[in-house]
Design a protein around this ligand. Structure first.
Ligand SMILES: [Fe+2]
Length: 246
């Protein structure tokens, strides 16, 4: 079974289109999203509509659950006061421009999905999809987290050797195996933070052992930048896309 795992699209419609096109050109069995469909770019409703049209199921990110429930903040982490102010503007803009129907959809997304690549009738690996961690969608699971953190999360998730836990939220892709469990951060489709502007996603190939490929796709970043500048979203978000968060 070959999965495409796409996360943190953040309403960047040009990036999502390019990634879905790339996936369509490969031998992928099924695509799942790992949440954070909206926020930071001006196409929240269109992003949700395109995923529905493409038949891509998935789980709830912190941005989805907080916009969907009209919560007071997005549960995001800020590095400085300017970022905090802009993040707040983005959240308010997104709540104001996401339709009631799309909000209901966002609020109804599941927190976690378990996949059985060999079928639920056979023993074999489980692929667990969460947005941040198995306990909270707001907790950042960065590459520098120690092995002990990964194993704690695996225990909380009920994962065993041979299983895979995939997540996003940090917008920086990485993967490593600890005690036979594969941990995969899928990176971000619409707002990478690793200095590479291209849209990112992961192909997970699960046979008897799992293999990860991190994919980067060029897209029309100028179109996304124009869309941001034409909206009331902070113009800095456009530059952020061009530099990959640097
Ligand atoms: Fe995100």
């Amino acid at each position: 079974m070959r999965y495409a795992l796409i996360s943190d699209i953040h309403a960047n419609l040009p990036a999502l289109r390019a990634v879905l096109r790339d996936i369509a050109g490969r031998p992928i069995d099924v695509t799942y999203h790992l949440g954070d469909l909206v926020g930071y770019a001006p196409w929240p409703n269109e992003t949700v509509a395109l995923l529905a049209e493409a038949g891509v199921p998935g789980i709830s990110g912190n941005y989805d659950s907080t916009v969907g429930t009209n919560y007071k903040h997005c549960g995001c982490k800020y590095e400085d006061p300017r970022q905090e102010e802009q993040s707040h503007l983005s959240f308010e803009w997104t709540k104001a421009h996401t339709s009631a129907e799309v909000k209901r959809h966002l609020a109804a997304l599941p927190f976690r999905l378990d996949l059985k690549p060999l079928g639920g009738h056979a023993t074999g690996p489980t692929v667990i999809l969460v947005h941040g961690t198995p306990t909270l969608n707001t907790l950042y699971w960065t590459e520098d987290r120690p092995d002990s953190f990964c194993l704690k999360m695996a225990e909380l998730a009920g994962a065993k050797p041979g299983d895979v836990i995939a997540f996003g939220h940090t917008h920086k892709p990485w993967h490593r195996e600890v005690s036979g469990i594969l941990f995969v951060n899928t990176g971000s489709v619409g707002r990478p933070k690793d200095g590479d502007w291209r849209a990112g996603y992961v192909i997970l190939d699960v046979e008897t052992t799992a293999r990860v490929e991190i994919v980067r796709v060029e897209y029309d970043v100028e179109e996304a930048m124009r869309g941001i500048r034409a909206s009331a979203l902070p113009a800095d978000f456009a530059e952020y896309l061009r530099t990959g968060g640097k």
